[in-house]
Design a protein around this ligand. Structure first.
Ligand SMILES: [Fe+2]
Ligand SMILES: [Fe+2]
Length: 338
């Protein structure tokens, strides 16, 4: 998912770009590489890794794709917490598949970032040392089984709202990765909805558990769209480059409009007394978001920030032997086929 809230990372991409030599335009005039790039973006064409691109475009993509990749793999933690305690074999199998999907999303995205000339090691190091962010939603705890349903419905649902427009992102490898990711996120959203529906229609205790999870996840899921448009430092440039297609507030409104009827169908209440249909605007009005909480969690003071990053670092260290074995195997295989 994409949460365009992290400060710009001081990334210095190193990949060589395609020759910046001027090319002949249609009228025989010499076109600068910038003009070729601008024309491709204006014509809704894809920018590919070997094409010339402005350094700021490359750096912005690295920041966004890395943050997205980090969110996918950190996002495995809160749900993995419930794999061993899933209420049935069916639920356990579904949850395992979902958590594995998130690992796969991380892999596609790190690969997309690598096409911009950064290594996965470098990106992981930045995550582990706090120099790149992940979505702050994953710094909240999963207290009950219903949280797995609420995450699927709301967090994966918000991710889809954010990511479907990214399938048309101007950078080819990111856009293509997003197509498959969105298909899988759609499954995640439905499994969450279905799990919540089962609880909502269950015993009074199960219904209360579902309602409590929705009460806790609703507001953080609205924060996933990032700060309001007038405070979002990256939005305008990202939209001009057609990396982003819609503003944070626009996507947030769209998400609220989708969720309200779904909550009614679930028999659950969204925890916002100000939520009501606005005939004039054709959208639901909703209450004020607690941006102070958002900033606290983003800067590292959320309920689980430390736990998440500690666990990630430990998993990385525990996996060192796998990376070494894979590298040794690749070296040996390379020698054998030489
Ligand atoms: Fe994902
Ligand atoms: Fe997902």
């Amino acid at each position: 998912m994409t949460v365009p809230t992290a400060p710009t990372a001081p990334t210095a991409p190193t990949a060589p770009t395609a020759s910046p030599a001027a090319t002949a335009g249609p009228a025989g005039a010499r076109e600068t590489p910038e003009a070729v790039f601008d024309a491709a973006v204006a014509a809704d064409e894809r920018i590919e890794p070997r094409d010339w691109m402005p350094e700021a475009y490359r750096a912005s993509l690295v920041r966004q794709i890395a943050q997205h990749a980090h969110s996918e793999i950190i996002g495995m933690q809160p749900e993995a917490n419930w794999i061993t305690r899933a209420p049935s074999l069916r639920r356990k199998a579904i949850l395992m598949a979902k958590v594995q999907d998130e690992a796969g999303h991380g892999l596609y995205l790190y690969s997309a970032a690598e096409t911009l000339g950064v290594s996965r090691d470098e990106l992981l190091d930045k995550l582990h040392t706090g120099r790149q962010k992940y979505s702050s939603i994953f710094n909240y705890p999963t207290l009950t089984w219903a949280d797995v349903g609420a995450i699927g419905w709301l967090v994966d649902g918000a991710a889809i709202t954010n990511q479907v427009p990214l399938c048309r992102c101007s950078y080819g490898p990111y856009a293509r990765a997003m197509v498959r990711i969105c298909k899988e996120e759609s499954f995640h959203q439905r499994q969450g909805y279905e799990a919540l529906l089962a609880l909502s229609r269950g015993t009074p205790e199960q219904h209360a558990m579902a309602q409590d999870a929705v009460d806790r996840w609703w507001w953080p899921s609205l924060m996933m769209f990032g700060p309001p448009d007038d405070e979002s430092s990256h939005s305008a440039q990202s939209m001009a480059w057609k990396i982003k297609r819609h503003s944070n507030d626009e996507l947030r409104r769209r998400f609220v409009d989708i969720c309200v009827p779904q909550a009614e169908a679930l028999g659950l209440t969204l925890p916002d007394p100000e939520l009501r249909w606005n005939e004039e605007r054709g959208h639901y009005d909703f209450g004020a978001i607690d941006w102070a909480e958002f900033r606290e969690v983003l800067k590292g003071d959320g309920p689980c920030n430390e736990q998440r990053i500690t666990q990630r670092r430990r998993a990385h260290e525990d996996g060192a032997w796998v990376r070494e074995a894979a590298a040794a195997h690749a070296a040996k295989h390379g020698e054998a086929t030489r």
